[in-house]
Design a protein around this ligand. Structure first.
Ligand code: C5P
Length: 234
């Protein structure tokens, strides 16, 4: 079975996130806690989600000097989440330090959380990257380069768009995780995302794991939307 789609719990409070999950009672879920929810609720929200048997991707996208990231990862490792991430733009030393911090902080007898690197945000277009960030290369080339740096630094995979997953698997390793946000059902709004794709196309591209937020959380019937995505995905 493929990995479950990850539901992005982009809610301003734990109360709203947990109320959203109520109709899913009894369904095994993999959820993503991002900055908004974590900064509001702290580690308590992770405990509440674990009580519901959710697997958790803690999406805090660390990006700082290597020592700071190492120490922060040491602390995150103790929270008992399944997946964490950093920005690949922090460079190899920082990513390597992140893995070390995670390993040193993982409690004895537990396996260390997976760690992936954000390549280019799925809200970034090539035009914006070239003209605003002055990175004068094709977007796919920078994603592949960041992916290679992440692989050489000992990370388990990357966050990328569906459109880059195949090239990453071909050039790096088929087992290198590609976790892809920017997922939309055919009639959904793209919102602020630029490089979007459907779950079916993600599957076709060999994506390892999809992340879906608003297509589920803003749907009229979130449970139905989730199952539609799951069906396309599996
Ligand atoms: O609502 P939507 O499906 O666009 O949500 C996507 C989620 O994935 C958001 O929580 C966003 O922060 C996250 N994400 C992303 N692009 C990345 C990394 C994370 O959209 N490169």
């Amino acid at each position: 079975m493929k990995h479950l789609p990850i539901i992005a719990l982009d809610f301003p409070s734990g109360q709203e996130a947990l109320a959203f999950l109520e109709p899913f009672e009894g369904t095994p879920l993999f959820v993503k806690v991002g900055m908004e929810l974590f900064y509001q609720e702290g580690p308590a929200i992770l405990d509440a989600l674990k009580e519901k048997d959710c697997r958790i991707f803690l999406d805090l996208k660390l990006h700082d000097i290597p020592t700071t990231v190492q120490k922060a990862m040491n602390r995150l490792a103790a929270l008992g989440v399944d997946l964490v991430n950093v920005h690949a733009a922090g460079g190899k030393k920082m990513m390597h330090a992140a893995v070390e911090g995670l390993e040193s902080g993982t409690p004895a007898g537990q396996s260390r959380p997976g760690i992936i690197a954000v390549t280019q945000l799925t809200s970034t277009s090539e035009d914006m990257m070239n003209k605003e960030l002055l990175i004068d290369r094709p977007l796919q080339e920078t994603v592949l380069h960041y992916g290679q740096l992440a692989y050489e630094s000992g990370l388990d995979g990357v966050v990328c768009s569906v459109h880059e997953s195949k090239v990453l698997h071909e050039h790096i390793s088929p087992s290198f995780l590609t976790v892809t946000p920017g997922i939309r059902l055919p009639n959904d709004q793209t919102d602020d995302q630029k490089r979007v794709a459907t779950p079916a196309f993600a599957k076709e591209q060999g994506v390892s794991q999809i992340v879906v937020g608003r297509s589920i959380t803003k749907a009229e019937n979130p449970k139905e939307a989730y199952h539609q995505i799951l069906k396309e995905w599996e």
